[in-house]
Ligand binder design. Structure first.
Ligand SMILES: Cc1cc2nc3c(=O)[nH]c(=O)nc-3n(C[C@H](O)[C@H](O)[C@H](O)COP(=O)(O)OP(=O)(O)OC[C@H]3O[C@@H](n4cnc5c(N)ncnc54)[C@H](O)[C@@H]3O)c2cc1C
Length: 330
C-alpha cells in the first residue's frame, strides 16, 4: 500500500463542510496531494473498500452513521481553471462560479448557468448539473477520471452517458478534471447574463441556508402533466412542513432545510414524507435528486462486515474492525 502524500484523517468530519451541516463522519477522509497521489492510493486500496468522492456537499445527505471506507475530497491544488485553445479546462475541485467567470473573461459564452450552481466541477460532471434549459452534457468535451482501480482515463462526454441529472461516472471513480466548450461571446453580455442568474437565484432560493439544493428530480412531463417537482410538493400541502429542525423551505418547496440541529435522519424522513404526500395527492412518486450516502446509526458498528480488511491509507497497516464510534455522530 502506497503512502498518501496528502492528508488522511480517521473519522474526518463531513458535517463541517457539507451544505446541510449535519450527518456522520467519514471512516477515512483523504485529501490527496494531486492526481498521481490519488491514483496510487486507489490502485493499492483493497477493492472491497468503498470509495466516495465528495465536492462541497451541495447535493448530499450524509446519514448519521457516517460513511464507511474512504471519502475523497480534492484539494485546492486541483481547482485550477485555465483557457486552452478557446476552451475551459478546470480541475474538479474548482467551483462552478469560477469556471463561468473564466469563460466570461475569455469571451466564451454558454457556460453562464454554472454561475448558479454552488458545487464543484467534479460534482457537476457526476450529477449532470444544469439550470435554465442547459446542463453539463451541453458543454462538456471530456472529463479525466481516476477509476476505482487507480487508472487515469479521459472519457468523452458521449461515454459519460448523460441523461437528466445522471451520468455513467462509475461508482468509486473520481472526476479530477474537465474540458468545457462554448461559443464566442461578448464578455459584457456574458457577465450581464451571469448577474441576471445570480439575482434570480437570490430571489427564489434559500441560498444562505443549510440545504441540499433541489431535493427531487422534476418528473418526466408525461407522468406529471408537465408539473415541476416544486409545484407537486406545493399542491400536496408540504410547503413549510417540519420534522424536528428539518423543514420544507417556504421560499422554494423543492428545497429541504436544516434549521439548526436537524439530524440527517430527520431530513431524509421529511423527504420521504413529502414523497408519500405527493404520491397520495397526485399519483406521482418523486425521485430523489439529492444523493443520500452513508449508514444509518444502527449500522454504525457493523461496518463492512466480516472478511473485509481495512487498511490505514497513510501507513498501509491493516486496521481492526468493526469501525470505531466516530465523534461527529449527532
Ligand atoms: C442553493 C443550491 C442551488 C442549487 N442549484 C442547482 C441547480 O440549479 N442545478 C443543479 O443541477 N444542481 C443544483 N444544486 C445542487 C448541487 O449544487 C449540484 O448537484 C452540484 O453539481 C453538486 O456539486 P458538489 O461538488 O457539491 O457535489 P456533492 O454534493 O459533494 O456530491 C454530489 C454527487 O457528486 C459526486 N461527486 C462529487 N465530486 C465528485 C468527483 N470529483 N468525482 C466523482 N463524483 C463526485 C458525489 O459522490 C455525489 O454523488 C444546488 C444546490 C444548492 C445548495
Amino acid at each position: 500500500m502506497s503512502r498518501v502524500r496528502g492528508r488522511v484523517e480517521r473519522g474526518g468530519s463531513l458535517a463541517d463542510f457539507i451544505w446541510f451541516r449535519t450527518g456522520g463522519p467519514a471512516e477515512w477522509l483523504v485529501r490527496p496531494a494531486d492526481v498521481d497521489d490519488l491514483a496510487a492510493l486507489l490502485a493499492d486500496l483493497d477493492p472491497a473498500i468503498p470509495v466516495l468522492p465528495v465536492g462541497v456537499g451541495s447535493n448530499l445527505i450524509v446519514r448519521d452513521g457516517g460513511v464507511p471506507g474512504v471519502v475523497v475530497r480534492l484539494p485546492k491544488a486541483m481547482a485550477r481553471v485555465t483557457i486552452d485553445d478557446g476552451r475551459v479546462r478546470a480541475g474538479a475541485a474548482a467551483m462552478g462560479i469560477t469556471v463561468a467567470s473564466a469563460a466570461r473573461d475569455a469571451g466564451i459564452a454558454g457556460l453562464e448557468f454554472l454561475r448558479g450552481i454552488p458545487g464543484t466541477v467534479g460534482g457537476a460532471v457526476r450529477m449532470n448539473a444544469g439550470a435554465y434549459g442547459r446542463d453539463v452534457s451541453d458543454i462538456l468535451v471530456e472529463a479525466t477520471i481516476v477509476t476505482r482501480a487507480g487508472t487515469i482515463e479521459t472519457w468523452s462526454a458521449d461515454r459519460l452517458g448523460y441523461t437528466y441529472r445522471h451520468s455513467a461516472v462509475p461508482a468509486g471513480a473520481v472526476v479530477v478534471a474537465a474540458l468545457f466548450d462554448g461559443v464566442p461571446g461578448d464578455p459584457a453580455t456574458i457577465g450581464a447574463e451571469m448577474d441576471r442568474i445570480a439575482a434570480e437565484r437570490e430571489a427564489s432560493q434559500p441560498l444562505r441556508s443549510r440545504t441540499g439544493g433541489s431535493t427531487f428530480k422534476n418528473p418526466p412531463p408525461e407522468t406529471a402533466g408537465g408539473h415541476k417537482a416544486w409545484a407537486l410538493i406545493d399542491a400536496a400541502g408540504c410547503r413549510g412542513l417540519r420534522r424536528g429542525d428539518a423543514q420544507v423551505s417556504d421560499k422554494h418547496c423543492n428545497f429541504l432545510l436544516n434549521l439548526g440541529s436537524a439530524t440527517a435522519a430527520e431530513i431524509e424522513a421529511l423527504g420521504e414524507e413529502v414523497r408519500d404526500r405527493v404520491n397520495a395527492q397526485s399519483g406521482v412518486m418523486l425521485e430523489w435528486e439529492i444523493q443520500r450516502v452513508g449508514l444509518f446509526p444502527s449500522r454504525l458498528r457493523e461496518g463492512l462486515g466480516e472478511g473485509v480488511v481495512m487498511h490505514d491509507p497513510a501507513s498501509g497497516h491493516a486496521l481492526p474492525r468493526p469501525l470505531p464510534r466516530a465523534g461527529g455522530e449527532k
